[in-house]
Write a protein that binds this ligand. Structure first.
Ligand code: MN
Length: 244
């Protein structure tokens, strides 16, 4: 008998079908294929799931992937309205914050991607830059709207020696893509920053002492095929979920 593949829940959003004009649960296919390629069994978590259902969901899953998406409502972290803030979905904020808190409490392995690192930080009391280009002095170009640049290596990141990230990649320097206009401002107490862009911006957070609690600001789902080194982060999540 083969070993059961770990069940990984992926947070999804909603979109309107262009032809049928009806609301659809939606998730970028790359997240799904990355989890499947790493040996996980992907399950979609609808974005309108009531936050009270987070414990039941995580009880049924072996691991969690917090996916990318629009901005978190600034009032969630004591932030200010900003004209560049876009794509607010308060119900998704509430669900993902409940999911990540529950994953931390239960010691359930999770990986956050892009918005996911921001959700993790806000869930534990950290804050965000509402808009890097206007608020972060000397910022690198972290954001591109050019679809061809999703797989482009945009900047380096330095990984903290001895961190989970440095161990799983076997290096203290990575080149990553960059598709975000917000970023981590104050790191929540209870989290450790473990990667920084060349301009000093935090690009990864870890939960110390947790079996696998990690989130990155870049998008490995767009890199893992072209740059197989980046598949390691999905394999590490799936392996942790297997052991949990
Ligand atoms: Mn970046």
């Amino acid at each position: 008998m083969s070993v059961p593949r770990p069940r990984i829940g992926l947070t999804a959003t909603f979109c309107t079908h262009p032809t049928y004009e009806m609301r659809m649960a939606a998730l970028g296919q790359r997240y799904i294929s990355a989890i499947r390629a790493a040996g996980g069994l992907p399950f979609l978590i609808p974005g309108d799931t009531p936050p009270e259902e987070a414990p039941a969901l995580l009880a049924a899953l072996d691991g969690l992937l917090l996916t990318g998406g629009g901005d978190i409502a600034p009032q969630r972290y004591g932030g200010e309205p900003h004209p560049a803030v876009y794509g607010l979905r308060p119900s998704r904020d509430a669900l993902e914050i409940a999911l990540v808190r529950e994953a931390i409490t239960r010691g359930k392995p999770f990986l956050g991607i892009c918005r996911g690192v921001q959700v993790l930080n806000v869930a534990l009391g950290g804050t965000l830059y509402e808009d890097l280009p206007s608020q972060y002095p000397h910022a690198l170009r972290h954001r591109s709207d050019d679809k061809t640049e999703r797989e482009m290596l945009a900047h380096g990141v330095r990984l903290a020696a001895g961190s989970r990230l440095a161990r799983l990649f076997g290096t203290e320097h990575l080149e990553v893509n960059s598709l975000h206009h917000q970023g981590v401002r104050d790191v929540a107490s209870g989290l450790q920053a473990t990667a920084w862009a060349d301009d000093g911006l935090v690009e990864a957070l870890e939960v110390p002492g947790h079996p696998f609690g990690l989130a990155v600001q870049w998008h490995p789902e767009w890199l893992y095929q072209k740059y197989p080194q980046h598949a390691a982060i999905f394999r590490a999540l799936v392996e942790a979920a297997q052991e949990a």
